[in-house]
Ligand binder design. Structure first.
Ligand SMILES: *Cc1c(COP(=O)(O)O)cnc(C)c1O
Length: 344
């Protein structure tokens, strides 16, 4: 890996971060807060929240096995996807490489930040070849985006190939593991100490059932995390989100139960789809959704919408022609979908 200083935009490396009232007395005990122009009434919402979310990070650190100073928390993964562009990619000059098809936000953020986006097609089994990804990079490539288990394909990418990308690239490799709680594959966040150019993303939105609170995570070296902390909005995770996250994180066993149920349901659903005459192929999944190739995805999609059932039409996505992406719901929601499809 080249040095972080070389990888970073110069204006960001040189940035003197905003120093909030709450940072400056850090470490000492305080009782009277007359520093932040807050209203002393309307507790507890009158006070600015902890800008570094230390209480939440302490709990996440235990659950995920990552040191607290190697954790960034943001307003959904969305913030953790946008920040690397803002920190590392010079608009109009730098580029990023990404697998294709994958999650749409990597490209949206590239476009917003005026950064060239270079998609590299997966093979027909939706797998990556490290050499193909690396061959798409040049001296201005700052980031390679990988998503595993991948959205919308559902499969996990081969770990050895991902590691080959990490080890063969001078810039940052960001592996989005939004669905890793549903997968039996080992998370790459345990390899951070070995790979200073690795960033692993995770979220409360999927297995943790907290999409509404908007809490995403990035795990990386503490040097990379410090750059993110410098650039993020000072109070990027609000108090309600921090409180609700602490509440949800108290019960990892509940999450394990949900995951187990959803994986059982996924099995049933995939079996049921395989038996439908209008389903041509069910792709393997390591997530809480699966991809199915249908006889006519757009028509079937519209048929379902007319019955109040919404799935994701991926017909227009490369390599996903006539594919629907099916999220696993409750048993009764899943049965409704299957029943409707049987009547198609
Ligand atoms: C759903 C999803 C996320 C979650 O995004 P949030 O902003 O945290 O809700 C992240 N990455 C991928 C690939 C996803 O499918």
């Amino acid at each position: 890996m080249i040095t972080l200083e070389k990888l970073c935009r110069k204006n960001i490396w040189d940035l003197a971060p905003y120093s909030s009232a709450r940072n400056e007395y850090a470490g000492r005990e305080a009782r009277v807060f007359l520093d932040a122009n807050e209203n002393p009434y309307n507790q507890p919402y009158n006070r600015y929240p902890d800008p570094l979310q230390l209480e939440v990070k302490a709990v996440i650190s235990k659950i995920k096995g990552v040191p607290e100073d190697c954790i960034f928390l943001g307003n959904g993964s969305d913030e953790a996807i946008d920040l690397p562009y803002r920190c590392f990619c010079n608009p109009g000059k730098d580029n990023v490489v990404a697998i294709e098809p994958t999650y749409g936000m990597y490209k949206v953020c590239a476009d917003i930040n005026d950064v060239e986006y270079r998609p590299v097609l997966l093979d027909e089994t939706y797998q990556i070849t490290a050499d193909k990804l690396l061959a798409a990079t040049d001296a201005n490539t700052k980031i390679i985006w990988i998503c595993s288990p991948n959205n919308p394909t559902g499969n996990s990418l081969h770990r050895e190939e991902i590691i080959k990308v990490i080890e063969g690239f001078q810039g940052l490799v960001i592996v989005d593991e939004a669905y890793s709680d549903f997968s039996s594959q080992k998370s790459l966040r345990h390899e951070l100490a070995k790979h200073p150019n690795l960033i692993v993303l995770n979220t409360m939105s999927k297995a943790w059932g907290c999409a509404a609170i908007r809490l995403g995570m990035a795990f990386a070296s503490k040097e990379i995390i410090s750059i993110f902390n410098k650039v993020k909005y000072p109070y990027n995770v609000n108090l309600l989100t921090q409180q609700q996250a602490l509440e949800a994180l108290k019960d990892p066993f509940e999450v394990d139960k949900w995951v187990k149920l959803l994986l059982e349901e996924r099995r049933c659903m995939m079996d049921a789809f395989a038996l439908l005459p209008i389903c041509l192929k069910v792709y393997p999944s390591d997530a809480n959704f699966f991809l199915a190739k249908m006889t006519d995805a757009p028509k079937i999609y519209n048929y379902l919408v007319d019955r109040g059932i919404i799935v994701r039409n991926r017909h227009r996505v490369q390599l996903c022609e006539n594919c629907l992406r099916i999220t696993i719901g409750t048993k009764s929601e899943n049965s409704e979908l299957i029943a409707a499809l049987r009547q198609y």
